[in-house]
Design a binder for this molecule. Structure first.
Ligand SMILES: *[C@@H]1O[C@H](CO)[C@@H](O)[C@H](O)[C@H]1NC(C)=O
Ligand SMILES: *[C@@H]1O[C@H](CO)[C@@H](O)[C@H](O)[C@H]1NC(C)=O
Ligand SMILES: *[C@@H]1O[C@H](CO)[C@@H](O)[C@H](O)[C@H]1NC(C)=O
Ligand SMILES: *[C@@H]1O[C@H](CO)[C@@H](O)[C@H](O)[C@H]1NC(C)=O
Ligand SMILES: [Fe+2]
Length: 464
């Protein structure tokens, strides 16, 4: 349905008004006392329903998909078979009863200390039509399991789309609540995942069976919509005392990214375009100093962003740059020093980070004037700067990060230590007067009028 310009404008105004009402007067910085629950919850036991192994011989499990190219008409399908390699074929098609296309992928396997993984399959299916529902099947020749996904609309400035943002999920009862809440919002079509997946490394010997259980847990979402992966510290699994000296080994084998498509030379920094957004994923735990592959890639990537095509420029990173929680305080500082001036120069809209198990949103500020001798080292309001959002509150076993620095820094607009996730509600660009800035609405779970709607559910990015 085509809305008239007037209608759109009035919807916009209503949205704007309700945002202004629901957002506490945020200039001063608000610290919310809302908590979904106080105690850290424990990991769900391995015999929980969410970890159930699918029935049937060598049945594919841990099915997950992610975007497979830059524009969104390819998908990487991944799954694990436990007993023998079996088939790496994906059958797919637009009719549920006629999977008339076929693509053969590859499988891999890895060992970690005394753990040996199942057979991990990855298959990239390409040349998909935009905005189309596809059905697919894996486990061909043995136990066949069927799923579906919807491709995004063609990339363009006026394409509405809804992203969910989840970070630091883990596999506790709280993680399950967060995922269930995310699923209860039928609008969200793709997850921007800001790192720290399974927390398997909290177990003795980094028990990699917890990588498997995590992937079975999230399959109910990851098999049906792409999750765009960012690497966090819990993906490192660097443990020389176990003889494990290759960083990211389990993560790299299990979760592929389409990094080559964006001319990246490493799997943990890359970009995708989806609907009206250009999304840049960075790796906090890979080298990013001057001359490093990640630095050089980002230096070449930013000028390629075409704001007429993708007005939204979103960055995902694990460790936040602006974080006023005492937990992980200043851990993002070195990367901020390297890249912040570029983010201001290229007018990044929003930077999502995880790592800190709480929620925080900054004003548009920058801190790029400092040059060691000039003493200009205080963040200042800057309309060209991104809004920084920390959303590492998925609900993992480590519990909440509720100890914040006081007083709340002036750059911090809103902060709350409670588990949740965010929905980046229908990115639209039709109200934008320039390529930078529009209305974003953040919705966080349990803030949908249930418990008297805590503060901070929405915010407005100024139209500049
Ligand atoms: C790996 O070693 C741990 C003890 O360090 C032991 O409990 C576990 O059963 C071993 N697993 C395998 C697969 O051998
Ligand atoms: C996880 O959540 C799902 C959906 O809400 C529910 O069916 C399931 O029983 C939950 N499992 C556990 C272990 O809490
Ligand atoms: C940027 O995108 C617009 C809209 O899709 C297109 O017309 C234009 O050619 C692109 N510019 C460049 C430099 O690719
Ligand atoms: C909170 O953080 C401060 C500063 O790091 C520290 O001194 C204090 O002990 C922490 N409090 C708690 C309860 O962890
Ligand atoms: Fe982390």
């Amino acid at each position: 349905m085509e809305l008239s310009k007037n209608m759109r404008n009035s919807i916009f105004l209503i949205l704007l008004a309700s945002l202004l009402l629901s957002t506490t007067r945020c200039k001063g910085g608000v610290t919310s006392t809302y908590r979904r629950r106080l105690e850290a919850s424990v990991d769900m036991p391995l015999d929980s329903d969410v970890f159930r192994v699918p029935a049937g011989y060598n049945a594919p499990q841990q099915v997950h998909i992610t975007q497979g190219d830059v524009d969104g008409n390819a998908v990487i399908v991944s799954w694990v078979t436990p007993d023998e390699p079996g088939s790496s074929v994906v059958l797919y098609g637009t009719s549920k009863h006629n999977l008339d296309k076929m693509k053969t992928g590859k499988h891999t396997q890895y060992k970690y200390y005394n753990y040996t993984s199942g057979f991990i399959h990855h298959c990239t299916i390409r040349h998909l039509k935009f905005d189309t529902k596809y059905y697919y099947a894996v486990g061909i020749g043995q136990t066949v399991r069927k799923f579906w996904f919807k491709t995004p609309p063609e990339v363009g400035p006026d394409v509405p789309y809804t992203f969910g943002i989840i970070g630091d999920l883990g596999q506790t009862y709280d993680s399950n609540t967060t995922l269930s809440h995310y699923e209860s919002n039928p609008k969200a079509e793709t997850v921007l995942y800001v790192g720290d997946l399974s927390y398997a490394d909290n177990y003795p010997d980094h028990d990699n069976n917890r990588w498997d259980s995590w992937a079975r847990f999230v399959e109910r979402s990851t098999a049906y919509q792409p999750w765009i992966w960012t690497a966090g510290n819990h993906e490192l699994d660097f443990e020389p005392s176990l003889g494990e000296k290759e960083p990211f080994k389990p993560f790299k084998h299990r979760y592929q990214t389409p990094y080559r498509a964006s001319d990246s030379t490493g799997p943990f920094w890359y970009s995708v375009k989806r609907a009206s957004a250009h999304i840049i994923v960075l790796s906090t735990y890979s080298a990013y100093g001057k001359y490093t592959p990640q630095y050089r890639w980002l230096e070449e990537e930013l000028p390629k962003v075409n704001r007429s095509e993708t007005p939204w420029l979103i960055v995902l990173v694990h460790s936040p740059w602006y974080n006023s929680n005492t937990y992980h305080y200043m851990e993002g500082e070195t990367m901020r020093v390297m890249f912040e001036s570029w983010f201001v120069q290229y007018k990044v809209d929003v930077v999502f980070a995880g790592h800190v198990h709480a929620y925080e949103r900054s004003h548009r500020i920058s801190n790029i004037a400092y040059d060691i001798v000039n003493k200009n080292c205080t963040p200042v309001p800057n309309e060209d700067a991104p809004v920084y959002i920390t959303i590492g509150d998925g609900g993992n076993i480590e519990g909440l990060a509720s100890n914040m620095t006081e007083p709340q820094p002036s750059y911090s607009a809103f902060r709350e230590a409670s588990f949740g996730h965010a929905i980046f509600l229908r990115l639209r660009t039709e109200h934008m007067l320039t390529t930078h800035g529009t209305v974003i609405r953040m919705e966080r779970e349990l803030q949908q009028m249930k418990n008297g709607s805590p503060t901070g559910t929405g915010f407005q990015l100024p139209i500049s």
